[in-house]
Write a protein that binds this ligand. Structure first.
Ligand code: COI
Length: 356
């Protein structure tokens, strides 16, 4: 199938919706999955059996290679509902592009537009009643792919499953977070898989994150593998700082190129700030906090949206960021994106994909 070819997506509706069990006023992140999921199988060079089916367990071989050698990638996207019921997905084309970059690095097949993008739209159409509309909520969309070949030799699998599941969510972080600068453990090295959204990048974060939690921090701030001198990203999101009138985010192939990060940097330059993607040293950050020039710091991601950072721990010392109320840039971005995503303002960039 070529990248642009049309395919028919079979729909098997659930016989028993679970929608009435959901308390939309009290949504936790990632706990309750919507009624349906999209499933597509890849075998020996062909995508087949693309279908939207009731959400449920899968039957898989214990020798399936994803479980042993980690060919597993994913994305995070959000869908929104406007007050008039319109359903919109925020920049999913950028996630589709990144997904296929991750797939390429892990020797996995490309997922064509007709499955990823058309499947996504159709799934949200089928489960449109699951999309919450209260501000601060969204339908979290999790496309993922994993290797299913039942074989223990180390080689790229010949078969894969691509699945999209969704769940109505509230905030991932409900308040500002504290980060510990990680100066021992490493997330990614040059030439590695840091830019890809593969499952292993999250598995390796769990141990150092637990150590940071034990010391009273919510998350870690990864630094570079060579010197632990330059800031990379947080465990669950990218990082953005305001230093003077410049909006700065770490750059390079060892970090994930987030869609939220990209959106914020685009807005920053459009609004006349200096917007820089470059190396940011821990020293620059700490000196800036001490001197009062670092006025804003936040995590940016699909799940995290914009989560303010209130405290940074480095080598046993804590550095406190200015109060959230005065954070002009991040509050402005948050308000702008909220208005756009819930259809309250004009979509001048064409970032909302409307589901017909
Ligand atoms: C997302 O922001 O969508 C992610 O995939 C981060 C994940 C750790 C929840």
């Amino acid at each position: 199938m070529s990248a642009t070819e049309q395919i028919s997506i079979r729909v098997e509706p659930t016989k028993q919706s679970r929608l009435s069990q959901v308390d939309f006023n009290n949504l936790k992140f990632g706990q309750i999955m919507s009624d349906h999921m999209l499933v597509a199988n890849y075998d020996k060079g062909q995508w087949t059996d693309v279908a939207i089916v009731p959400y449920g367990d899968l039957t898989l071989s214990p020798s399936m290679s994803a479980l042993h050698y980690g060919q597993a990638i994913f994305e995070g996207i959000k869908g929104y509902k406007f007050a008039d019921g319109t359903v919109s997905i925020f920049r999913p084309d950028k996630n589709w592009e990144r997904f296929n970059k991750s797939a390429d690095r892990l020797q996995m097949p490309e997922v064509p537009e007709a499955i990823f993008m058309d499947g996504l739209k159709k799934l949200l159409d089928v489960d449109r009643n699951w999309i919450p509309s209260i501000e601060g909520t969204a339908l979290y969309i999790r496309p993922f792919m994993f290797a299913t070949e039942a074989a223990l030799g180390v080689h790229p699998s010949v078969s894969y499953k691509f699945i999209i599941i969704t769940c109505p969510v509230g905030a991932y972080y409900s308040k500002p977070i504290s980060l510990k600068v990680e100066t021992h453990y490493t997330r990614a090295a040059e030439g590695g898989v840091g830019f890809s959204k593969n499952a292993g990048n999250y598995a390796l974060s769990l141990y150092p994150t637990q150590l940071a939690n034990n010391e009273g921090y919510d998350q870690i701030m990864w630094t570079d593998a060579n010197e632990h001198k330059y800031i990379e990203e947080a465990g669950t999101a990218n990082l953005i700082f305001r230093i003077g009138d410049t909006i700065i985010t770490p750059h390079g192939d060892t970090i994930l190129h987030g869609v939220t990060r990209r959106t914020i940097m685009e807005l920053a330059s459009e609004w006349g700030y200096k917007a820089e993607q470059r190396k940011v040293s821990v020293q620059e950050l700490i000196e800036g906090i001490k001197a009062g020039t670092v006025t804003e710091a936040f995590a940016a991601g699909t799940a995290a949206t914009i989560t303010h950072i209130d405290r940074i721990g480095f080598e046993g010392e804590d550095y406190t960021l200015p109060p959230v109320e005065g954070r002009e840039f991040s509050l402005k971005v948050l308000a702008y994106l909220n208005d756009l995503r819930y259809g309250k303002s004009e979509d001048t960039h064409g970032w909302n994909l409307i589901v017909k």
